[in-house]
Design a protein around this ligand. Structure first.
Ligand code: ZN
Length: 143
């Protein structure tokens, strides 16, 4: 089951440049920056209420974010829904005919398990499911 919108991913050419807007014009605080090697992205997180804004900057020319920027330019890249059972969520979407980018969850920023549906199945919006990793949920790893 989906429990909330966890975050909105925004593709930017430079996190250093984009942070100025979020910090100075919007008055938000950057809480966390992390490079996710598997996705070839640098990320920066802000929080509004209980929804996060995730800035995404490519670290390589063949990063999915670099491809997105070349095609569409900067802007909203994906919507991430929190799920209480990401494996089941993927199975249900697949059963309904959705094309999955990830058949199984992968490790995302913040130690979360994440998986993407292909935007051709979701009316042009790249859709992510995410859930806190079991280690985080049970308090084995520090946040
Ligand atoms: Zn995301």
């Amino acid at each position: 089951m989906l429990t909330k919108i966890d975050h909105i991913g925004i593709a930017v050419r430079s996190i250093v440049e984009a942070r100025k807007f979020y910090e100075q014009a919007l008055g938000l605080v950057c809480e966390h920056q992390e490079t996710v090697e598997s996705q070839k992205v640098k990320t920066a997180f802000f929080t509004v209420g209980d929804v996060h804004i995730e800035l995404l900057e490519p670290t390589h020319d063949d990063s999915p974010i670099a491809v997105f920027l070349a095609k569409k330019g900067e802007g909203i890249h994906h919507i991430a829904y929190q799920s209480d059972n990401i494996g089941q969520q993927l199975q249900d979407a697949a059963d309904q005919g959705c094309t999955l980018i990830h058949e199984k969850p992968i490790q995302g920023a913040g130690g979360k398990e994440i998986a993407f549906l292909h935007p051709k199945s979701s009316f042009g919006v790249l859709t992510e499911f995410c859930c806190p990793s079991k280690e985080h949920a049970s308090g084995i790893l520090p946040k």
